[in-house]
Design a binder for this molecule. Structure first.
Ligand SMILES: Nc1nc2c(ncn2[C@@H]2O[C@H](COP(=O)(O)OP(=O)(O)OP(=O)(O)O)[C@@H](O)[C@H]2O)c(=O)[nH]1
Ligand SMILES: [Mg+2]
Length: 344
C-alpha cells in the first residue's frame, strides 16, 4: 500500500522528514529554494528540484510564493514525473519557515481543487521559544491551510511538545510506518483493510497516531495521546474514526470518557504492540490561538520593527560651510591632471 502514497517534501524540515520516510521505502520528492539545503540530502538527483532563481527564502513566505509562481510549470512537471499513479499525496513542510510554509498551502490547494487529487499534510509547528517571525509564518500558513476544503488528514508535529526536533521527526516516521504493517495482523478476530486505512488517512481534520506496548494499558495509551509529538488535541470529545491495532485490553469506556467518541472503529488484533489512529480530529484551535495571542501581545514591537527607518546621516551644516571651496569655478569634464592641479 505504501506505493499508493507520494510525498512532496518542501524546505528544510520537509527534507529532513522526507528523507526518513524515503529510507523506510516511501516515494518522496524534494523541493527547495536553497540549492545548499538540497545538496545536503543524500538522495538521487532526479528526486530533487531546485526552484528557479531560488537562493533560500530566509523565512520570507512572500519571496517563496513569488519564485514558486514563476516556476510553477516546472515544479508541477517534476512532481508529476516523480510521483506517478498515487492515491494520496502528502505535502511535508514546516509552517514556521519561508520556503515550505509559503509554497505548500498553495500547492496543496492546486492539487485538491484544480487537479482533483487527495492531499494530506505533514506540517511542523514552531516551538514557543522560536522567533516571532516563525510564529507569524505559522499562523499565516495555518490560516491558508484551514481555508482549503476537502484536504485529507493533517499531521501537526509540534516542536513545543519535545525539545529535540530530530526525535520528533524519527518518532513520527516510526509510528507512521507502523500504519502500513496492518496486513501482518490479519486474523479471523478482526481485520483492518486498505480501504479502511485510506479512509483514516483521508478524513479531513487533524490526525494523530500513538502507540504503546502490549503489557501497558488504556490509561498509558491515553497518556501517550495527551503527551504526544503532535499538537495537543482539542478537548471537545470528538474523534471521527478510530483505527486500533490492539494488543492491550482496550477499555472502550475509559477511552470515550477521557478522549472522545467516534463514529466508527477499525480494529485488528496485534501481538506486538498497540497502535491507535485518531482521525477527523478538530484542528488544534487552542494551540493556534496561543500563537495568535503571542503575536498580538507583540503588536507594537512588530509594527516598530517593520517601519522603514531612514538610515542616512544628516549633514552638520557649519562644517559644510568651513570646507566649501572658495568660489572656484568648476569646469565640467575636467581631466585628472586638471583636478589634481586644483587641489595642490
Ligand atoms: N520538527 C522539525 N522541525 C524543524 C526541522 N527543521 C526545521 N524545523 C523548524 O522549522 C522552522 C524553520 O523551517 P525550515 O523548514 O527550516 O524552513 P524552510 O522551509 O527551509 O524555509 P526558509 O526560511 O526558506 O529556509 C523552525 O521553526 C525550525 O525549528 C526538522 O527537521 N524537524
Ligand atoms: Mg531553508
Amino acid at each position: 500500500m505504501r506505493e499508493k502514497l507520494g510525498f512532496i517534501a518542501v524546505g528544510q524540515a520537509g527534507g529532513n522528514i522526507g528523507k526518513l520516510l524515503k529510507s523506510n521505502g516511501f516515494d518522496v520528492v524534494f523541493i527547495n529554494s536553497s540549492k545548499g539545503d538540497l545538496d545536503t540530502l543524500n538522495v538521487d538527483e532526479d528526486k530533487k528540484y531546485h526552484i528557479a532563481d531560488g537562493l533560500g527564502c530566509a523565512k520570507d513566505r512572500e519571496t517563496a510564493k513569488e519564485i514558486a509562481k514563476n516556476d510553477f510549470n516546472n515544479i508541477n512537471d517534476f512532481i508529476q514525473k516523480g510521483l506517478k499513479n498515487k492515491d494520496l499525496y502528502y505535502m511535508i513542510f514546516s509552517s514556521g519557515g519561508g520556503t515550505g510554509s509559503g509554497i505548500s498551502p498553495t500547492l496543496a490547494k492546486i492539487y485538491t481543487k484544480a487537479l482533483n487529487k487527495d492531499v494530506g499534510i505533514i506540517t511542523v509547528l514552531p516551538s514557543e521559544k522560536d522567533t516571532l517571525q516563525a510564529q507569524i509564518n505559522c499562523y499565516e500558513c495555518l490560516k491558508e491551510l484551514t481555508e482549503i476544503e476537502n484536504l485529507s488528514g493533517c499531521f501537526m508535529l509540534d516542536n513545543n511538545q519535545k525539545n529535540d526536533i530530530e526525535h520528533i521527526n524519527q518518532k513520527f516516521v516510526r509510528v507512521f510506518n507502523k500504519v502500513f504493517d496492518y496486513k501482518k495482523y490479519e486474523t479471523t478476530k478482526g481485520n483492518i483493510d486498505e480501504a479502511e486505512i485510506l479512509k483514516l488517512l483521508k478524513t479531513n481534520g487533524m490526525i494523530n497516531i500513538v502507540t504503546c506496548k502490549n503489557d501497558e494499558s488504556t490509561k498509558k495509551l491515553i497518556d501517550e495521546i495527551n503527551n504526544s509529538i503532535f499538537a495537543p488535541i482539542e478537548k471537545d470529545g470528538k474523534i471521527k474514526y478510530l483505527g486500533l491495532s490492539r494488543g492491550i485490553n482496550f477499555d472502550d469506556k475509559m477511552f470515550k470518557n477521557e478522549i472522545g467518541l467516534y463514529l466508527d472503529k477499525f480494529e485488528n488484533i496485534n501481538k506486538e504492540y498497540t497502535l491507535a489512529i485518531l482521525s477527523g480530529l478538530t484542528m488544534p484551535f487552542k494551540r493556534i490561538q496561543n500563537i495568535k495571542d503571542k503575536i498580538t501581545a507583540e503588536k507594537e514591537t512588530i509594527i516598530n520593527l517593520n517601519k522603514v527607518t531612514e538610515n542616512k546621516l544628516e549633514d552638520i551644516s557649519f562644517l559644510d560651510e568651513l570646507t566649501k571651496p572658495k568660489d572656484t569655478k568648476v569646469k565640467e569634464n575636467m581631466t585628472a591632471d586638471e583636478i589634481l592641479a586644483n587641489f595642490f
